[in-house]
Design a protein around this ligand. Structure first.
Ligand SMILES: NC(=O)c1ccc[n+]([C@@H]2O[C@H](COP(=O)([O-])OP(=O)(O)OC[C@H]3O[C@@H](n4cnc5c(N)ncnc54)[C@H](O)[C@@H]3O)[C@@H](O)[C@H]2O)c1
Ligand SMILES: O=C(O)C(=O)C[C@@H](O)[C@H](O)[C@H](O)COP(=O)(O)O
Ligand SMILES: [Zn+2]
Length: 362
């Protein structure tokens, strides 16, 4: 299956399917033959699990550069190390980078690609469920202690190769993390699809076939929005649903100490409370999603490890914040997002309510 993404400056394809690495090579033979270097950037976990499959199916010579696992690669140090590696290997504007991994590897590699010699091509080869989101749309970044994804660029990949083969080795915690962004895509686009999740009893109950359908739907939601607004001037802010509070949780607890998806799942609860107030989302929906998060064993107690003051500091640095005003992605109805200016006092009330619900569950 192929989903095209058409932005103002570039058009590329997201290829989805099982065991499609070999056909990817056949399709791109000319490009790869022309490149002076092909460099695979991946993390130690992914390489340990998938080197054999990669080598069996990838038909070209390549150099490999390993970065630390997960979020810990989205640092200035890792960014510098990759650039140094590329320079030492005499890479040029005629080289291609392959980002083989989850969203962290993809975000780092994309940012490196956007800046090495002012921009070289890169291809996303996502290996997590969450990366159905991160690999598409061209947001690339590393973190700063003062805020998540603060240093980055909009830079589109040449192609996204989503080979479901890689998903087989994902631990349950990463399935759970990735599912949060799938649920986000549902909540911002489709009430019927969103309500399906309320019936889900556990992470283990997810059927492979239904997961693959969800991933395809999620990519279509994302691609449509990115096509309308690549640089997040308007509609793209909807993709940030749950992230104002979610990113603040990640930054407060420490990057990598909570998965991105878990933080987004938490962040969607206050965003839904605010949607009940500012939108017409039926009263109780935020609590339904809170209960879903409990049922699927998202660790909501992370909230209790941060003070609201810490969260407020980071929320004020959110990329959607302008002139000290918080701009939240909210829902008018489920499936129908909009942007609303919200006061910190209102967010505090939602935070108080969330903490109360969490304490009642303990
Ligand atoms: N650019 C975007 O639009 C965008 C969108 C969403 C999220 N993100 C970013 O993506 C990152 C999260 O991505 P992620 O959840 O994919 O996490 P990740 O890249 O941190 O990977 C999570 C963990 O899973 C391991 N892993 C990866 N693939 C595996 C596999 N196939 N089998 C077993 N283990 C595997 C990794 O080594 C890591 O330990 C965050 O930094 C987030 O900010 C970016
Ligand atoms: O693609 C987007 O746009 C998103 O907002 C997708 C988010 O899931 C993702 O986490 C993104 O990296 C957040 O962007 P940021 O601009 O808030 O850092
Ligand atoms: Zn996200």
């Amino acid at each position: 299956m192929i989903i095209p993404v058409r932005t103002k400056d570039s058009t590329y394809e997201v290829h989805l399917g099982e065991n499609i690495l070999q056909s990817f090579c056949e399709r791109n033979t000319e490009e790869f033959d022309k490149a002076d270097q092909i460099v695979v950037i991946t993390d130690e976990n992914v390489w340990g699990l998938h080197q054999h499959y990669f080598d069996k199916n990838f038909a070209f010579d390549y150099k490999i550069h390993l970065v630390p696992n997960g979020e810990s690669c989205k640092t200035f140090d890792s960014y510098f190390d990759v650039q140094t590696f590329l320079l030492q290997e005499n890479c040029s504007r005629n080289s291609i980078l392959l980002a083989l991994g989850g969203g962290a590897v993809g975000d780092l590699t994309g940012f490196v690609a956007s800046t090495f010699m002012r921009g070289i091509p890169f291809i996303q080869i996502p290996t997590t469920i969450l990366a159905h989101d991160s690999a598409v749309g061209g947001k690339t970044a590393i973190n700063h202690p003062n805020g998540k994804n603060m240093i980055g660029a909009f830079y589109q990949p040449k192609e996204v190769l989503y080979d479901f083969h890689f998903l087989q080795t994902l631990p349950k915690s990463e399935v759970r993390s990735g599912l949060a962004e799938v649920i986000k895509h549902a909540l911002i686009s489709d009430v019927k699809w969103s309500n399906e999740f309320l019936q889900l009893e556990s992470i283990d109950a997810i059927q492979k076939e239904e997961l693959l359908i969800w991933l395809e739907k999620g990519i279509r939601v994302k691609a449509n929005i990115v096509e309308l607004d690549e640089k997040e001037k308007s509609y793209r802010k909807y993709l940030n649903f749950g992230h104002t509070y979610g990113h603040a949780i990640e930054a407060s607890i420490g990057y990598g100490k909570i998965t991105h998806g878990e933080a987004v799942m938490i962040g969607m609860i206050p965003a839904l409370m605010l949607s009940e107030i500012h939108g017409e989302v039926k009263s109780g929906y935020a609590h339904d999603i809170f209960q879903l998060a409990n049922k699927l064993e998202y660790n909501l107690q992370h909230v209790l490890n941060c003070t609201f003051e810490q969260l407020a500091t980071f929320m004020l640095k959110d990329k959607k914040t302008t002139n000290g005003e918080l701009h939240f992605a909210l829902l008018k109805h489920i499936g129908d997002p909009f942007i609303q200016v919200v006061s910190m006092d209102e967010v505090k009330k939602c935070d108080d309510q969330l903490r109360k619900w969490i304490k009642e569950e303990i």
